[in-house]
Design a protein around this ligand. Structure first.
Ligand code: SF4
Length: 182
């Protein structure tokens, strides 16, 4: 499909079911992801190697989480109808407007499928590393961290986004994440 830049900016008024999210709501909506990358990095602090290695892997994972968020803003948000509006539940749409241009919203589904896999390993790397280390050198603390990580990233985060922000999205029929659940 032709990747034309849309001349029609999607306004907050076009999202009657969502309205605007306050700064507090936006912050709360980001908490599960923030907790996930903090917990994931903490898991690496208790796994393999010397303290320097563990600190380095924890830092790399945390950085990956931050870069992943910006990856979504750069490569997915410009195709979203919430780009540049305060109707984006997590505030990425407003941030994305500062360094991207609006693109064709009809390509959103395609871009979603292409770019979401970039951040998917964030959900699995800490569980795999932590799980291997628990088998090799069992620790209750690490087990607790992995369990809390799994609860946050695999239960709280998806339920939170589906029930809260995504459920009001006018683009949900185009979104592979919400298709069939709307
Ligand atoms: S709703 Fe999702 S894709 Fe749309 S602007 Fe917000 S973060 Fe980006």
């Amino acid at each position: 499909m032709d990747e034309k830049v849309s001349t029609n900016r999607f306004n907050d008024d076009d999202c009657p079911t969502t309205g605007r999210y306050s700064h507090l709501q936006t912050f709360v909506n980001n908490l599960p992801y923030l907790v996930m990358i903090i917990l994931g990095a903490t898991i690496f602090l208790f796994t393999f190697g010397s303290s320097t290695t563990r600190f380095t892997t924890a830092s790399i994972y945390f950085l990956y989480g931050i870069v992943g968020a910006f990856w979504i803003m750069v490569f997915m948000c410009p195709y979203c109808r919430f780009w540049g509006t305060q109707s984006c539940p997590c505030g990425y749409g407003i941030l994305a407007e500062r360094f991207t241009r609006k693109k064709n919203p009809q390509l959103f589904s395609e871009k979603f499928k292409k770019h979401i896999p970039v951040i998917v390993p964030l959900w699995f790397i800490p569980v795999i590393s932590g799980g291997i280390f628990i088998v090799i050198n069992f620790s209750f603390l690490l087990l607790a961290l992995v369990i809390v990580f799994v609860i946050d990233s695999f239960i709280i985060l998806p339920v939170f986004s589906k029930k809260h922000g995504c459920t009001d999205c006018p683009q949900k029929q185009d979104c592979p994440w919400m298709k069939g659940k709307a």
